[in-house]
Design a protein around this ligand. Structure first.
Ligand code: SF4
Length: 423
């Protein structure tokens, strides 16, 4: 007889073993929690805009922030950006993104090399033909000199063409050739692994190397990272490149990374969303956090559960209340992290009618079941699973919001009750 309990395994696989890397005080890999990172889209030479955006990303919860270092003016600005961020109390580690001339920029701007907490290099464009190894070696030597980790970040859009051609040729002469897609996946893996091996030969420690292998298709991403995870123990940075705009980017990134994280693969993530014109760059941080939190890996911000609504509740009261509370929580979180330690574990429920309202609300720390169409205009509130009060009248929303804030103060504030402290 089959053991049915084995047929429905719904817990994540144990985390893959990886070598921990210290990035400016933030640990990536080992058994450290999966780290959220993001990237600016400002011109790094424009220090004002870059400082403002890095600060916004860090305050939204980004634990590492990558900035483009593409020319002398950008490299020269980096130490000033770092200093100004520290002056305003933002000490998020900065990662420098280098392409083509990283070796030169790091050598010509030692203050930049020192101010950055990690260097990201792309083995596909670090140099070509005879210059490739020389320029790669120069970057690795700079990393060793300044005691910085590197991310060897392969990207299929700029894949090492010499390596790909070599593997394609080898594949043709093979009796049972792989498909072009399989060869491409293998080239992506090999590009990262060979570069990491070369970095080690040059003297860079394994605890200074993070690998990434970004592609734009979900199935390719899952296959490439599953393979990399088996072939090395370097810390892995996950990210779907060119994920796209809005829901497309969110869904594709969450689908691919969710599967990998469930398999215990991934030590840091970035969700590369294309912002809408004038859109908020911090959205990518929010999506990364929500992915990790909804999967149960980390907690960042109180969750507001709300029903989708249906024909049983034609008013918009519960939608407005859910949104109002969610917005208030998000805006308050930077201060609440200090003021109310542990508040990120809070669950709030805002439900539209009696069908699922009381049940869902009882499971939340604090929840309200609003009256649906035709129901008695009364809204029971549940606190820690017990019905405590029934709100009535036109001021239900404000009264419930006040109750949530009061609950937070009592449970997570300095005067938190002993009952909640031990629970
Ligand atoms: S809780 Fe009520 S209003 Fe909300 S989706 Fe369910 S039946 Fe509809």
């Amino acid at each position: 007889m089959t053991d049915k309990s084995q047929s429905y395994i719904s817990t994540p696989f144990p985390r893959r073993h990886s070598v921990a890397v210290d990035v400016g005080g933030v640990t990536v890999g080992g058994q450290a929690p999966v780290v959220v990172q993001s990237m600016t889209n400002t011109d790094t030479a424009d220090a004002d805009s870059t400082v403002a955006q890095v600060a916004a990303l860090a305050r939204a919860g980004s634990e590492l922030v990558r900035i483009t270092v593409d020319r002398d003016e950008a490299a020269a600005a980096v130490p000033h950006i770092k200093e100004r961020l520290q002056r305003i109390g933002v000490d998020v580690p900065l990662v420098g993104d280098f392409h083509y001339i990283g070796h030169k920029l790091l050598a010509d701007h030692p203050a930049c090399a020192e101010a950055l907490d990690k260097y990201r290099i792309n083995p596909g464009n670090v140099g070509f033909k005879s210059k490739k190894d020389k320029q790669f070696s120069q970057i690795i030597e700079m990393a060793m000199k300044h005691d910085k980790p590197v991310r060897i970040g392969v990207n299929w859009g700029s894949l090492d063409q010499e390596l790909l051609t070599h593997l394609m040729d080898e594949n043709h002469s093979n009796g049972a050739p792989l498909t072009a897609q399989q060869v491409m996946r293998e080239a992506i893996c090999q590009s990262g692994l060979l570069s990491a091996k070369r970095a080690e030969e040059l003297g860079l420690g394994r605890d200074k190397i993070i690998l990434s292998a970004k592609v734009s298709q979900v199935q390719d991403l899952i296959a490439v990272y599953a393979d990399l995870a088996q072939r090395c123990d370097y810390a892995l940075h996950l990210g779907l490149t060119e994920a796209g705009m809005g829901t497309k980017g969110i869904v594709a990134s969450s689908a691919s990374m969710g599967i990998l994280l469930q398999q215990g693969i991934g030590d840091t993530i970035r969700i590369s969303l294309t912002p809408e014109p004038g859109g908020d760059r911090t959205r990518e941080v929010q999506v990364s956090q929500e992915l990790l939190q909804t999967m149960g890996f980390r907690s960042f911000i109180p969750i507001v559960a709300a029903c989708p609504g249906c024909g049983r509740t034609t008013s918009t009261v519960f939608q407005e209340l859910a949104q109002d509370i969610q917005n208030h929580i998000r805006e308050s979180m930077p201060a609440w992290r200090e003021q109310y330690p542990g508040v990120e574990e809070l669950n709030v429920a805002v439900m539209g009618c009696i069908v699922n309202g009381p049940g869902e609300s009882k499971h939340a720390d604090i929840g309200i079941s609003l009256p649906g169409t035709g129901e008695t205009p009364a809204a029971p509130v549940f606190v820690d699973g017990e019905k405590t009060v029934t709100l009535r009248g036109p001021n239900i929303a404000n009264e419930f919001k006040a109750m949530v804030l009061d609950y937070i103060e009592k449970r997570y504030g300095t005067g938190a009750s002993a009952e909640h402290e031990i629970s």
